[in-house]
Write a protein that binds this ligand. Structure first.
Ligand code: XIL
Length: 504
């Protein structure tokens, strides 16, 4: 099996070498096979082979479901592509065909299945979809079967095109407009940071970035390594920063600030982190062990970032979402169960102990304007302020165009501002119910009203950060909540945010 895999890898690598040297920059691909094989070859270690009649390609002699027509594509990481393949088979009543990608990094090959369709005997069927590649050394798109390892099939009318986003870098720059007041930021994920065109646009608009997911505990805790350490010391925890690194590298290289998200949270944190031996079936550890694990986690994050990215991370969400929506008390979680209600205070104590002096430490939460949560948040903040380890409060601001009322947002901001804390709007997006002019206008009006409120608090407001850039990549993409549409065109909401700064 190993030999087979290495044979395939060697074969694929040699093919991709030829294609890469031919194609410098991939701008799109369409083929109807009028000019022959057009770079396609049979992926097989057996007898599969390709033929063409000038309209379609046919693969015969297959003996494994991965045996396929494949072609090297010099795709650009982070760019969204739309692809479409017409396929037909005559050998089974029904067979599932699938477009997949094989990619390799440092000689290690991996695969993703991109789209599939059920094909009736003799009927041309379209398989289409979208693909935004992460960074690899090469990419092979191919058509395989899900089962049916030995049927023959045909492919034709192939198109792999960039989704045609034109990033308008001549747009007025939000970070420049808001420079007198506060930083303007956005959340990004790794596949976006590899997209040079997008990042050129992003760095024109924003001056602070947050990882959408890659700096959360479930990205950083190395469970297999932690298990090994736990044999000797249950308080030790092993971390890895491979996920967090691309965005950190980008910020460091381009002089962009980073807001760290997040050290301590009940969500996106493995349950095994709280258990003996990091074993999913182990008992929960005791309070003292967990406090030490938490301290070791926080210490190592700061050691790593201070050593490798000095000055890049200006602030951190130390604890996220600790207050329950109801009752004004802390949310029950592994943190409260294992450590107790002072876990938030201890997290801030450790963060202060290990953070560089200038790093601002935030508590971050959602639904801030809603009572009794607001009172619960204020009580927690008071206890943190009393211990002297907190600098600021982050309003997530995942809102809709009708709620919460701007007056409630202002009231919550005032209550927290009165405590003397720094403020930030950490994760803003405003959802709408449909993509039409009326809704887009309501959304824009709400963005404007809220930014006007943020501007009232400018002396304490460190940053306003959008939770994403374009609607299509938002975690709430069905609600079109951001300032730019799926083609990075500014929406009415963008104009409204510009307007709010100009009329200040
Ligand atoms: C979200 C991400 O956007 C999603 O991609 C992920 O699946 C879940 O988490 N509050 C937070 C953020 O503090 O970390 C969350 O981000 C959104 C709500």
């Amino acid at each position: 099996m190993k030999k087979l895999v290495s044979l395939i890898v060697a074969f694929l690598l040699s093919c991709s070498f030829i294609a890469t040297s031919e194609e410098a920059l991939f701008t799109g691909y369409e083929s109807n096979f009028k000019k022959g094989f057009d770079g396609w070859y049979a992926r097989s270690t057996g007898s599969a082979s390709l033929e063409t009649n000038g309209t379609y390609l046919k693969i015969t002699g297959r003996d494994s479901s991965w045996n396929s027509p494949g072609r090297d594509f010099n795709l650009m990481p982070g760019t969204k592509y739309r692809f479409s393949f017409n396929v037909k088979q005559n050998d089974a009543d029904q067979a599932e065909l699938m477009v997949s990608v094989a990619h390799s990094k440092n000689g290690i090959e991996s695969y993703e299945n991109l789209a599939k369709a059920s094909c009736k005997r003799g009927v041309w069927t379209t398989i289409s979809g979208e693909y935004t590649p992460n960074a690899y050394d090469n990419y092979i798109l191919y058509v395989e079967t899900v089962a049916h390892p030995d049927i023959s099939f045909l492919i034709k009318d192939i198109s792999v095109m960039p989704a045609n986003t034109v990033y308008d870098v001549s747009l007025v720059s939000l970070k420049e407009l808001y420079a007198p007041y506060f930083d303007l930021g956005c959340a990004l994920n790794n596949s976006q940071v590899y997209n040079a065109n997008l990042m050129n646009f992003v760095s024109g608009q924003f001056n602070i970035i947050t990882h959408e997911n890659e700096f959360k505990p479930d990205s950083c805790i190395d469970l297999p390594e932690s298990r090994k350490l736990a044999d000797q010391d249950e308080t030790a925890v092993a971390l890895k920063f491979t996920q967090a690194k691309p965005i950190l590298d980008y910020c460091q290289k381009n002089g962009i600030k980073l807001h760290g998200h997040v050290l301590v949270w009940h969500s996106q944190t493995p349950d095994s982190f709280f258990r003996k031996g990091y074993d999913p079936n182990g008992e929960y550890v005791d309070r003292d062990t967990m406090l030490k694990r938490m301290e070791n986690y926080i210490r190592q994050v700061f050691e790593y970032t201070s050593a490798n990215y000095p000055g890049v991370i200006v602030s951190w969400d130390v604890v996220n979402e600790a207050v329950a929506d109801a009752g004004g008390v802390l949310r029950k979680s592994n943190w409260t169960n294992v450590i107790g209600d002072d876990f938030v205070n201890r997290a801030f104590e450790y963060a202060r102990k290990y953070a560089p002096e200038e790093t601002k430490l935030y508590y971050n939460d959602y639904n801030t304007p809603l009572e009794p949560k607001l009172t619960g948040i204020c009580n927690l903040l008071d206890s943190l302020i009393a211990e002297g380890n907190i600098d600021g409060y982050g309003f997530q601001a995942h809102y809709s165009a009708t709620s919460p009322a701007p007056s409630a947002v202002r009231n919550a901001m005032q209550r927290i501002a009165d405590k003397g804390l720094l403020l930030r709007v950490s994760e803003m997006d405003i959802g709408i119910t449909a993509l039409n002019d009326v809704q887009l206008k309501i959304q824009a009006d709400r963005y404007k009203e809220l930014f006007e409120i943020f501007l009232e608090f400018a002396p304490q407001m460190e940053a306003v950060q959008l939770w994403g850039v374009t609607d299509d990549r938002s975690w709430r993409k069905d609600e079109y909540p951001l300032l730019f549409d799926e083609k990075a065109r500014p929406k009415k909401a963008f104009d409204a945010v510009v307007e709010a700064a100009k009329s200040k």
